[in-house]
Design a protein around this ligand. Sequence first.
Ligand code: AP5
Ligand code: MG
Ligand code: ZN
Length: 221
Amino acid sequence: MNIVMLGPPGAGKGTQAERIFAQFGWKPISTGDIFRVALAEGTPLGLEAKKYMEAGELVPDDIVEGIVADRLKKPDVKDGFILDGFPRNLHQAKALDKMLEESGGKIDLVINITVDTETLVKRLSGRRVCRKCGANFHLLFNPPAVEGICDHCGGELYQREDDNEETVRTRLKVYEELSEPVVSYYNPSGRLLSIDGTGTPDEVYMEIHAAIELASGGAAV
Ligand code: AP5
Ligand code: MG
Ligand code: ZN
C-alpha cells in the first residue's frame, strides 16, 4: 500500500510511519530525514537544504521533487511506501501525481494527523532524535530507557536545530500557509482520512491501523 502522511510539524508523522513500517513493511520516506542525513554527511545537497531548514522554510520544490522522484524508483518501495513530509505544497502534490502517472503507481490512502498548536509546541520542544538511526524520542512522552541514548541502536540523542521556539513558530506558519491546502487537494479524492493525533502514540496508531484496514478492504491486516 502507498500512503501519504500529512500533518503539522510535531503531529507524529515520523513516529507513526515507523509503526506502520514495523507492522506492514511499507518503507517510510521522510524528506526531512533525507536532508538531515545529507547534512550530517556534508554533501552539497545537505549544505543547500541547511539554509532553509534552519530558518524553518521549505527547501525549493525542484530539489525536493527530484529527490522523491529518484527515491520512488528504488526497488525497496515496490511493495509500498509511506511519504512523510511530502508533498508539502500544491506544486509538490501535482508533481507527485505526475510521478505516479509515469510509473503507473497510485496513492491508496492519505492520512492527515491533526493536533492543536499548544501540544505541537510541547512535542517539538521535548523531542530528541538519534544521531545514528534517526529514531524519535520525547523527554516526557516517550523517554529513552537511558537518558541521552537511543533504545534501538545505542546512538547519541540530540535536539534538532529547527526545534527551537523561533523556528518552530515559522514552521507552523509555513505549514498553515503552504501545506494545509494540500489537505483540501486530497479531500475530493475520497482517499483522505483525518485522524485526531492528540492521544498516546498507541491510541493514534490504533486509528491509523483501522484506516489502513478500511482502505485495503481488510486485505492488509
Ligand atoms: P521534517 O523533518 O518533515 O519536519 P516536520 O514536518 O516539521 O515534522 P516533524 O518531523 O517535526 O514532526 P513529525 O510529525 O514527524 O513528528 P514526530 O513523529 O517526530 O522537515 C524538516 C524541514 O525539512 C522542513 O522545515 C523543511 O525545511 C525541510 N523539508 C522537509 N520536507 C520538505 C518538503 N517536502 N519540501 C520542502 N522542504 C522540506 O513527533 C514529534 C515529537 O512528539 C517526538 O518527540 C515524538 O516522540 C512525540 N510524539 C509523537 N507522537 C506523540 C503522541 N501521540 N503523544 C505524545 N508525544 C508524541
Ligand atoms: Mg518527522
Ligand atoms: Zn538509534
